[in-house]
Design a protein around this ligand. Sequence first.
Ligand SMILES: *Cc1c(COP(=O)(O)O)cnc(C)c1O
Length: 397
Amino acid sequence: MARGKKFIFVPGPTNVPERILRAMAVEQEDPRRPDAPAFNLPLLAGLKNIFRTKTGTSFIFPSSGTGGWEAALVNCLDTGDHVLACRFGQFSLLWCKMAEDHQLQTTILDEEWGAPANPDRIYAALNEDRSHSIKAVFVVHNETTTGVTSDIAAVRRAMDAAQHPALLFVDGVSSIGSIDFRMDEWGVDLAITGSQKGFMLPAGLSFVGVSEKAMAIVRGRAEGQKNSRHAPHSYFDFNAMLARNVEGYFPYTFPTPLLYGLREALAMIEEEGLDNVIARHQFLASGVRAAVAAWGLKLCAQSHACESNTISAVMVPDGIDGTKIAHRAYNRYNCSLGLGLNRLAGKLFRIGHLGELNEMMVMVALSASEMAMLDCGVKITPGSGLAAAINHFRTKA
Ligand SMILES: *Cc1c(COP(=O)(O)O)cnc(C)c1O
């Protein structure tokens, strides 16, 4: 491996800023120390701001994002419950699989990989469900494997139009803290995210936002539930977690260094301002898209309206292997790009543009992409994508 910095532009884990690295260089602390609540409680409050919820409850679990999925699922659904899930990429596929692993009766709305969730189909499915057997709707806000963002506000409107009481579960792992997300306004009941994407931290924490409506179900279980059906669970129990959280503690040992990192990440987002963070992602993503257009290539996202501001999946021409491009970028240029997964394997490569990111960092990702594509025989004009990005980035004073 060559000397110099190793660059990472996969869509998570993302770059960890030096400020956060320094903040995390701490020893593990006594979890029962008297001043732990003064440290822990602002973290839970800060997360609520990122979820954009005033009435909801935020939880932290020591797990990757997948654990957040499981926490949301086991606390609010019963074994055998009927759920409606949209599937249009590898993450939504894995979430559906988890639902099936938990013996939920899962009705899947398949879309093309590259398309977003379809609110009309959600409306139709809910409208047909007169007996309200469907207990939850699952939508991945930002499908990281295709670079597609779904319209959660439109999903909520569809659910309301069908006058259906199902809970709305949203995976916001690669959107929350980077792309506009409004838990209260959009009536999201379970919002799930993780530490290693927009939060600029290493993997290891999942964050779950829970609406009042969902918390009422969770609380009911704690009270009279001896004979009630519920998905068996223990480690991820919201009630056990909440019982300690209200005092400012956690029910088991948390990784202190990651919590210090989280405190720093929340401070950085607050200093920049969440709206500005979101605007920065949009501006930088537009630069990437300008480059892709200048290369004469297409994104996996099927329409401009659903293009993601945190990740671009670049379709490669027929006869070219996108995986080879990503491997070339890594082996020759020290730069990690994302691969095509599952049915998209080889058909694309992905540029992650979220978290700790500025124009010059995007230029690195675009340079590595261009050079690796040229090395792998893609017929693009050297510098074409870079020039387009330069022109875009210079539009800002
Ligand atoms: C990264 C990611 C996850 C969670 O993955 P983990 O590896 O478990 O952290 C879930 N959903 C989406 C959309 C993601 O991008």
